[in-house]
Design a protein around this ligand. Sequence first.
Ligand code: 5GP
Ligand code: MN
Length: 338
Amino acid sequence: MTKSDISEIKQLLSTPKKVVIVPHKNPDGDAIGSTLGLYHYLKNTAHEVTIIAPNDYPDFLKWMPAENLIVNFEFKNAQSLKLIEEAELIFTLDFNALHRTGAMATPLKNAKAIKIIIDHHQQPEDYATFMYSDVNMCSTCEMVYHFLEMLDATDAINQAIATCLYVGIMTDTGSFRFPSTTSTTHRVIAELIDKGANNSQIHNNIYDSNSYNKLQLLGRALNNLKVIPELHTAYITLTQNELNSHNFKKGDTEGVVNYGLSIKGVKFAVIFIEHQQEHIVKISLRSKGDFDVNALAREHFSGGGHINAAGGRSELNLEETITKFISILPSYKKELQS
Ligand code: 5GP
Ligand code: MN
C-alpha cells in the first residue's frame, strides 16, 4: 500500500460508510479473526458494518466476540445480496481471488463499492481499488494489525479486536511455529496481549474443545496414513463413510494433515477427504522447506495457497485421485529428495 492509498482510505473512512467485509468460503481462524477484528474497529468508528461469510464455519470459532452477527450468505441470500449491492466499501480478507468466495463471486464482482483487499496468499487477483497483499505475512490477522498501524489507529484496539486478531495469528502460524512467524509477529502478539487478548483462554477455546467423535476420526485418519519414504511424502485419506461413522462436523479434520508432516524425514504431506455431496475430493497440502505446494496444487488440483500450505480439489473419485497423486509424484522427485 502506498502512502497515497493510505491517505485516500483515511479520507474514505473519515465519514460513516456502509461497509461489507467478506472472508473466503469455508472460513478458518484467520478468515473469521481478521474479518471480526476489522469489523470491531470499523463499528467503533461509526460505520455501518456487516460481515458476510460465503458459508458456515467450525464450532470452535463460535465464541469469538460478535461472531453471532456474521451473516451466512447461504442462509440469508436475499439480505446478503442487498447488503453487497448497497455497500460503499467492501473489504475482502484472507483470499486472493473472488472465486474463493463461491457463489458470492459474481455479486461481489458486480458490486459498485470501492473494494479493498487485505491478504497474504500467492498470486493475488487484481479486482480491487486498493490492494494490501503481502505473501510473506504469516496471517491476514497480522496484516489487519499493520493496516491499523498505517491508519494510526492502534490506540483503538480494544479487547475484542485483540482477541480476534490473536486467533488468526495463532491458527495460521500453527501456534507460532511455522517459518512465516517473525519477530514482528511476536511483537504484534505481545501488543495484543497487552490490549486484553487472553492468550491461554483463546488457546483453550480453539484447541481444547474437541469432541469424542473428532478424536476417534483422528484415530481413523492416523490409521489410514501412508508414507512413501523415498519421496519424503506422507498422505492420509478419509472416505465419506468414515466421516459419517464418526458423525463428522465442519472443522473436525482441520489440522489433521499436519500429523503427516510430523514424521521424521517427511517434507510433503497431504490429506484427501471425500465429499460425496459435492462429488469432489477436498485436498489439503503442507510442506516443509522450499517444496512449493501452492505450485503443485495450482498445476494439478485446481487450488493454491501458500508455499508451505495450500488447498485444492479433485473431481475424480478418491481412489482415482490417489492414483493421479502417486503418478505425478515422480515428476517432483528431485525437489522432494533435495
Ligand atoms: P486448507 O488446506 O487449510 O484448506 O488451506 C490451506 C491454505 O491454502 C489456506 O491458506 C487456504 O486459504 C488456502 N487455500 C485452500 N484452498 C485454496 C484454493 O483453492 N485456492 C487458493 N488460492 N488458496 C487455497
Ligand atoms: Mn490466512
